[in-house]
Design a protein around this ligand. Structure first.
Ligand SMILES: *Cc1c(COP(=O)(O)O)cnc(C)c1O
Length: 482
């Protein structure tokens, strides 16, 4: 496309070298800057017009998706094509469920694989296919997965023209339901069951990407969570949810203009980064709680100012088992430590606390929450019921509030409002509880009912193919089968 040097088109810059900028198209197709190893972030964050943010009734999820993506994509995808992408990507939405007068659950599991990653993966699949549409040869996506990402990506690309997907997963190291979700695709999505670990899968994929002779024959691409086209669509539901809550919370809570605090159960921190974008665009969100399991790298960073990536620890909320969160790099490129501390409170919870949280949420509200959402529920419940007040008065963390490690003595800008009970909370429920049925049963004595789309996969035939953790074998397979 013709582009003047002073063009106002949105560009994306490298987190490691701000002078390197690319178009949206390049950012989507490249994923990351292969020379610097940096990730792409928008050069500036556009704001939504107040006429849009104040519309009554609140715009639909798709309307928000369209308006927001227009700001980030500008001329690179014409409006009618963009609308088609939005409609095709989001045949589902993100409903808000109130569970008590000051708590709302934003349900992000209504997509085909019952996890929030559907939002990002489906939008990415369609924008990639769009930018790839004039190529004669198909684009081959290789993904290594330790669980949820693979099914979201496989499902997102399923049936998308011009793109083929190969998923690699470690044999015996993912849950039976996850394996079913990965191994039952046909058509343009294939899966390889690798005799080895997740790291072996990742190594095969990385070696393929750096294999010049293979790349001469096949057009390869990755579809991992660092792609900017997965981050953008996650901002849509923060805007949607926060507008819906602003609309109704004065009636539910009887509070006059309460502040909205959003709790995000986090692993790689892509979801929280999307929330920060939404807030910067004008979503009525006052602050965030970054809630993790025992993988406390980011809460520790907020508490100490030191960022220390480490290896991950296995927990009940396994999609959050990340010791070196990739999107930390984006957060620190967008905000100073001090700015982050003003907006975000850190929180963490161990496995015993997580089970207890599933139980307490169910006992007190009747809502069945999954282990990831449970971490968020407990974080919010502690914060609203005194954690901020004791922090402000300089009291040390009392027993039974293990999570306050990350917030100790560093109160976010909104702490006073919470202590004064002028806040309402939005919890992100990132997966359907039926995906973690056993843990839920342990906690509350019964299993959540399984949505039909999950049940259906259970009866499909397994089509995965065995593969050794051996690059020569993997390469030969790729050349023979793609
Ligand atoms: C991936 C995932 C998360 C973590 O999201 P990040 O963007 O990596 O922080 C949380 N919950 C569930 C269910 C997930 O699948």
């Amino acid at each position: 496309m013709f582009r003047l040097w002073y063009s106002l088109d949105m560009m994306y810059r490298d987190t490691r070298d701000a002078s390197r900028t690319v178009s949206f198209r390049q950012a989507v197709l490249q994923g990351m800057d292969s020379e610097t190893g940096g990730l792409y972030i928008p050069e500036r964050i556009p704001t939504l017009p107040s006429s849009f943010l104040n519309k009554i009734p609140v715009p639909s999820f798709r309307d928000i998706a369209f308006e927001v993506s227009k700001l980030f994509i500008e001329e690179e995808i014409p409006e009618s094509d963009l609308m088609a992408i939005v409609v095709d990507a989001f045949p589902f939405t993100a409903p808000i469920t109130p569970v008590d007068p000051t708590t709302y659950v934003l349900e992000l599991f209504h997509g085909p694989t019952c996890a929030f990653k559907d939002f990002g993966a489906r939008f990415m699949a369609r924008t990639m296919a769009y930018f790839n549409r004039s190529e004669k040869e198909p684009l081959h996506i290789l993904v290594a997965t330790s669980g949820d990402t693979g099914s979201a990506v496989g499902s997102a690309f399923y049936g998308v023209e011009g793109i083929d997907v190969t998923i690699l997963y470690p044999k015996g190291k993912i849950s039976p339901l996850q394996e079913k979700q990965l191994s039952t695709f046909d058509g343009n999505v294939r899966s390889l069951c690798v005799e080895g670990t997740f790291d072996d899968c990742q190594k095969l994929v990385k070696t393929a990407f750096t294999d010049a002779t293979l790349r001469d024959t096949l057009r390869l691409s990755s579809a991992n969570s660092i792609n900017i086209s997965r981050l953008l669509p996650q901002s849509f539901y923060y805007i949607y949810g926060s507008l819906l809550i602003r609309d109704r919370c004065p009636y539910d809570s009887k509070l006059d203009c309460p502040s909205l605090i959003v709790t995000v159960p986090s692993g790689n921190f892509g979801n929280l980064t999307s929330g920060l974008l939404a807030r910067a665009m004008g979503a009525p969100i006052r602050g965030f709680i970054a809630a993790t399991n025992a993988n406390t790298t980011v809460p520790d960073w907020l508490a100490s100012g030191e960022y220390t990536p480490r290896s991950s620890i296995a927990t009940l909320s396994n999609a959050m088992d990340v010791g070196a969160p990739s999107n930390y790099e984006r957060i620190q490129a967008l905000y100073s430590l001090n700015d982050a501390r003003q907006m975000i409170a850190g929180y963490w919870l161990d496995d015993a606390g997580t089970k207890e949280a599933i139980r307490s949420c169910h006992d007190r509200t009747g809502y069945i929450i999954d282990p990831h959402g449970a971490v968020a529920w407990k974080a919010w419940d502690d914060v609203r019921s005194g954690a901020m007040a004791s922090m402000l008065s300089g009291k040390t963390t009392k027993d039974g509030m293990p999570g306050l490690k990350g917030t100790k003595n560093i109160a976010p800008e909104w702490a006073r409002d919470c202590a004064d009970k002028k806040c309402v909370g939005m919890i992100l429920e990132t997966a359907h509880p039926a995906k973690f049925g056993e843990t839920v049963r342990d906690a509350i004595g019964r299993e959540p009912s399984i949505p039909e789309r999950l049940e259906r996969v259970l009866s499909l035939p397994d089509r995965s193919q065995p593969m050794n953790a051996d690059y020569t074998e993997f390469k030969a397979w790729l050349l023979a089968n793609l």
